[in-house]
Design a protein around this ligand. Structure first.
Ligand SMILES: [Zn+2]
Length: 68
């Protein structure tokens, strides 16, 4: 039997941009012994910088985003 599974395409996380994502952002969690890589977001070709900044703010606070 053939199964049909709907795929959910990854969409750019930048505000109202709904383009298909071309980039994946990951973060590592846990200690050195038990490190896990988690995916935290996606972006299209045009918004790599914007999404990177947004994710930095979410995960590390907005300290780093002030020095543009
Ligand atoms: Zn985008």
């Amino acid at each position: 039997m053939i199964n049909v599974v709907k795929l959910y395409p990854y969409i750019c996380k930048h505000s109202s941009c709904l383009s298909l994502a071309m980039y994946e952002f990951t973060n590592t969690k846990g200690s050195d012994e038990y490190k896990k890589t988690i995916t935290i977001g996606y972006s299209c070709e045009d918004h790599v910088e914007e999404v990177n900044k947004l994710l930095k703010e979410i995960y590390y606070g907005n300290k780093e985003s002030n020095d543009i």
